[in-house]
Design a protein around this ligand. Structure first.
Ligand code: ATP
Ligand code: CA
Length: 183
């Protein structure tokens, strides 16, 4: 699958919620996402721009676990990249497999994410622990599809919501790492 996505730093969630209301877009769901990122014993994912993570998703009703691989970004403007994700049953067993194979635990990123759906585009308002408010707009395409049109639409939606700047291609993980290093 191809994840077509762009992210922007925003002034406040309230401002965006107001704009979404004007467009009659309603909140779909709220999730708490706990992401455990790993690094490879063979290559440095910070350099290859890949990612391996276990994601724990909590809602009021249930908890779900996923394993995700992300490939390097394929576009200079957005965060478009290959994404392979599937459900898993056991967080600790999965962690043990990775650790036994030499993968190391880099960092855990925790956030509360409010999802708003606009046709096939998913808008997330992300309250990441330790970071300012951010939002993302994403859509998932089948492999081999042209992502350019979807990317254009994503930036059009940002504009409709009053966002013309603040775009950010750095991951939450790296933003947190940079913050720790006072960069
Ligand atoms: P999603 O869009 O799947 O909900 P997200 O928005 O929470 O995820 P992203 O910022 O899109 O998070 O993805 C995680 C990022 O972390 C990836 O861009 C990846 O390149 C980066 N990353 C993963 N592992 C490492 C590592 N070991 N060192 C530095 N960066 C890493
Ligand atoms: Ca993302």
């Amino acid at each position: 699958m191809i994840e077509v996505e762009a992210k922007a730093k925003i002034n406040s969630f309230e401002e965006i919620i107001e704009e979404l209301k004007k467009l009659n877009v309603e909140k779909n769901k709220t999730e708490t996402q706990t992401d455990i990122y790993f690094n490879s014993p063979i290559v440095d994912f910070a350099k290859t721009d890949e990612a391996l993570r276990i994601r724990k998703v909590n809602t009021d009703e249930k908890e779900e676990l996923f394993i995700t691989y992300k490939g390097p970004k394929i576009d200079k403007k957005s965060k478009t990249r290959e994404e392979i994700e599937m459900k898993i049953e056991d967080e600790n067993k999965c962690k043990k497999i990775f650790i036994n194979l030499g993968f190391t635990n880099v960092r855990t990123v925790k956030k509360t994410r409010d999802y708003y759906d606009l046709n096939e585009y998913s808008i997330s308002l992300d309250n990441v622990e330790g970071l300012e408010p951010y939002m993302e707009i994403e859509t998932i395409l089948e492999d081999g599809n042209d992502y350019k049109k979807a990317q254009e639409n994503i930036f059009k939606i940002f504009e409709k919501l009053g966002i013309k700047k603040g775009f950010e291609r750095t991951s939450y993980l790296e933003l947190l790492e940079n913050k720790d290093k006072n960069l």
